[in-house]
Write a protein that binds this ligand. Structure first.
Ligand code: SF4
Ligand code: SF4
Length: 505
């Protein structure tokens, strides 16, 4: 077994938080039985929503494409089991912005019949980068670490850069969440298999698989698997347990000591980061022909009877998942999809598990937040910010709706980790304010782009009308010239044609 290495760069800020992961990692991953109904949002990824290609009443099979990519940045959606399409309608969802989204609803027939082509795939070593990317797109694979960026497009962008390293992110630093830890323990072969496919697609010879020091079992399993594989291009790295070292830019800095520039991407410094779950999903699809139809999610917290990790079909209701984990305790008070730092508090459990859902957290009490008071300029928020921002300043600019200064001071680099909130003695809801400000800036940018497109269309129309008018005038002038140069017989013929035209009108 190869020993993990420790030569790490330094992360600015961050915090050591109570992990709260033991309760959900006692037992192996449990497979959830098929639910009676699956609710599949058509927008489970960053970019344009997918476009439904099925009709109500249609019978579908497991793995069948039911919504195709709706734009250049998009991903398809597949039926997670066989059954009948009973609705295509808005449904409550757990995404951060907006409460409802169009979903395709399947009444499962319980037979779980798969389409034939899903079990018939060519060997990945024989595929070119473009062929692999096309297949990864077909599999509906998106970043499973929470960003849900369509993987094929991310790889496509990376191929245009000078890459040095592939980094597999097994740093699951947010408290309570343990699905990646359990995945690395139980599916280490799939994780490393995915790494090899990605290296082949990207033409890379070095991959770091990065895991935090508080996951000894995952480190051991990966090390053993790596020894079996004997692939010296894959290096296991252990990093200290600090939140939020799992952020892409933070991880790049920790592992390579390279700093991703403000507003830039890890590929700007030669790194491509993929979550370990995404790597395993790529292996499952490319090698075993299984599109992304299920995921491992942690269901935990002191509001759940038996905290655990479950493998559930995409589209399963959170209510069913909690029931499978023994139901709510009598003290359950708050439901969060995601972790306590970056998750979303929900008012209903009738929301579907989506590709991004890494955790269902049920807490017995809503954390008490002290009354907000004015900023005392202690600077604690800046000290913990992993992006080296000045949260107190950003907050001021956000309250004043000063977009220019917000951009200038790096709001768009904020990873919404919540560290500044945790340390603020004045209980100022900094992260919530930044989320709203970022959404506002995005909306303004969209609005600007829409106005720009409308202006372009208006100018193009005017130009076309002017060109047509000029052509008509030229034609008229030519006709007049012809008439001027014509003899009496030709004039008579022209007049007769004109008369016939008028009679016809
Ligand atoms: S939420 Fe944003 S501003 Fe606050 S610490 Fe995290 S990255 Fe910095
Ligand atoms: S931690 Fe709170 S009180 Fe201290 S500087 Fe930041 S915003 Fe102000």
């Amino acid at each position: 077994m190869s020993a993990p290495t420790y030569d790490l760069g330094k992360l600015h800020g961050g915090m050591r938080l109570p992990a709260n992961k033991l309760a959900s990692t006692h037992d192996p991953i449990r497979k959830m039985p098929l639910p009676a109904q699956l609710i599949l949002p058509i927008a489970q990824h960053v970019g344009d929503p997918a476009l439904p290609i099925v009709a109500i009443g249609e019978q579908v099979l497991k793995g069948q494409l039911i919504a195709e990519p709706g734009g250049k940045l998009s991903a398809p959606v597949h039926a997670s089991s066989s059954g009948t399409i009973v609705a295509i309608e808005p449904w409550p969802v757990s995404r951060r912005y907006g409460d409802k989204a169009p979903c395709i609803v399947i009444d499962c027939d319980g037979e779980d019949r798969a389409i034939a082509s899903v079990t018939d795939q060519p060997a990945w070593e024989s595929l070119s980068a473009n062929e692999l990317l096309a297949r990864i797109l077909q599999g509906g694979i998106v970043g499973l670490g929470g960003a849900v960026f369509p993987t094929a497009q991310k790889l496509m962008q990376a191929l245009s850069c000078e890459l040095k390293y592939l980094i597999l992110n097994g740093v699951e630093c947010e408290p309570y969440i343990s699905c990646d830890d359990m995945l690395m323990r139980e599916y280490s072969a799939e994780v490393l298999g995915g790494a090899r496919i990605l290296m082949h697609a990207l033409g890379l010879d070095l991959c770091y698989v990065v895991v935090e020091s508080d996951k000894p079992q995952a480190l051991r399993r990966l090390g053993e698997q790596l020894a079996l594989l004997g692939d010296a291009r894959i290096v296991l790295k252990q990093v200290p347990t600090i939140y939020p070292s799992g952020g892409e830019d933070q991880l790049v800095q920790l592992v390579t000591n390279l700093e991703v520039p403000s507003g830039g991407l890890p590929t700007d410094v030669g790194c491509l980061v993929q979550n370990v779950g995404t790597a395993a999903a790529i292996y499952d699809w490319i090698v075993q022909g299984k599109p992304l139809l299920s995921r491992i999610t942690t269901v935990t917290g002191d509001g759940v009877v038996h905290p655990m990790n479950v493998e559930a079909r995409i589209g399963t209701l959170v209510a069913d998942i909690v029931r499978f984990a023994g139901g709510y305790t009598e003290h359950a008070r708050q439901l969060i999809i995601g972790g306590p730092m970056t998750g979303k508090a929900m008012s209903t459990d009738l929301v579907p598990l989506v590709k991004a859902s890494n955790c269902v957290l049920v807490l017995s009490a809503t954390p008490s937040i002290g009354a907000k008071s004015p900023c005392i300029r202690c600077g604690d928020c800046a000290a913990v910010c992993p992006v080296q921002l000045l949260p107190q300043q950003l907050y001021r600019y956000s309250c004043a709706d000063d977009e220019k200064k917000l951009r200038l001071h790096g709001l768009t680099d904020c990873i919404e980790c919540g560290c500044c909130d945790l340390v603020c003695p004045s209980h100022i809801p900094l992260t919530a304010e930044f989320r709203v400000a970022k959404a506002r800036i995005r909306e303004q940018a969209d609005e600007k782009a829409r106005a720009e497109r409308a202006r372009f269309r208006f100018e193009a129309r005017n130009q076309r009308m002017e060109t047509e008018q000029r052509a008509r005038e030229q034609q008229l002038a030519q006709q007049r010239d012809t008439a001027r140069q014509a003899g009496p017989a030709e004039i008579a013929a022209i007049l007769q044609r004109k008369q016939q035209q008028q009679d016809g009108d």
